[in-house]
Design a binder for this molecule. Structure first.
Ligand SMILES: *[C@@H]1O[C@H](CO)[C@@H](O)[C@H](O)[C@H]1NC(C)=O
Length: 245
């Protein structure tokens, strides 16, 4: 009896461990194309709501995703994307930050042209761009923002003190943020913000005073005290002094 139990445990370890590792390391096959913009970088009007941040962040290596958008949960996620034609493309490809939603011709990614060019070997850029669409492989990777803490930007459409909309910038790591709540001190409870669209969360009649906020990152609550000041302003970005890894 004992022996069989041990054996089963061992067996499940052997079965589970490789699948755990492969889920971290495995690439998924798909296709990618690119969109034009005046400077080849991202677009400030991406569906995630990042605005101007979405244009230059990650050196402009950003993109629109199709199914990976997941109703906005995918906003701010990073993917390693590499094309599968070795004569045209580098082995490592490019790290892309999701800022937008979009479906091309059977593609999972529509990259900024800057990001698409980064797939190519240095002498093969013209050939790759001429193809327009390429076969790729992708996998989720950690976002890294050296020198930046997680930042809460108060969206331009906010109206002090009645309507607060926020978006998270410099979201490091590879965790999905699936809920954000604000502490309402007069009733002593957490109140949920609503995902308005993309990466933008909002609340009518937000709590007064400096805001205590917590967010759910891949199933774990992270609490940030006084992260937005009592006199918050639309368009302002507030450093959380915290880094999500
Ligand atoms: C990030 O947070 C650390 C720790 O509080 C702080 O020392 C640093 O100045 C912050 N960085 C920025 C860019 O504000």
């Amino acid at each position: 009896m004992r022996l069989t139990l041990k054996f089963t445990c061992l067996l499940s370890l052997f079965v589970l461990l490789p699948s755990l590792y492969s889920s971290l390391d495995t690439f998924t096959s798909s296709r990618a194309t690119y969109y034009g913009s005046p400077d080849g970088l991202g677009t400030p009007s991406g569906a995630c709501g990042f605005g101007e941040y979405g244009r230059k962040i990650n050196s402009g290596n950003v993109g629109a995703v199709a199914k990976l958008y997941r109703n906005g949960i995918g906003c701010g996620a990073c993917y390693q994307v590499r094309c599968t034609q070795p004569q045209l493309c580098t082995k490592d490809g490019v790290k892309i930050l999701v800022t937008d939603h979009g479906q091309g011709d059977n593609t999972d990614f529509i990259l900024s042209s800057h990001g698409f060019k980064e797939l190519a070997r240095p002498t093969m850029t013209t050939e790759l761009m001429a193809l327009g669409v390429v076969d790729i492989e992708y996998r989720r990777v950690s976002c890294k923002y050296p020198g930046h803490n997680l930042t809460l930007k108060v969206d331009e459409n906010s109206k002090f003190p009645d309507y607060l909309a926020i978006i998270i910038l410099y979201q490091g790591g590879q965790k999905d943020i699936t809920a954000i709540q604000l502490w309402q001190d007069n009733v002593k409870e957490w109140r949920a913000m609503r995902r308005a669209y993309g990466g933008v969360w909002d609340m009518a009649n937000p709590p007064e005073g400096a805001l205590n906020l917590r967010f759910l990152a891949s199933g774990k609550w992270v609490q940030l005290k006084n992260v937005i000041p009592s006199d918050w302003k639309a368009g302002m970005a507030y450093d959380s002094h915290f880094q999500l890894l």
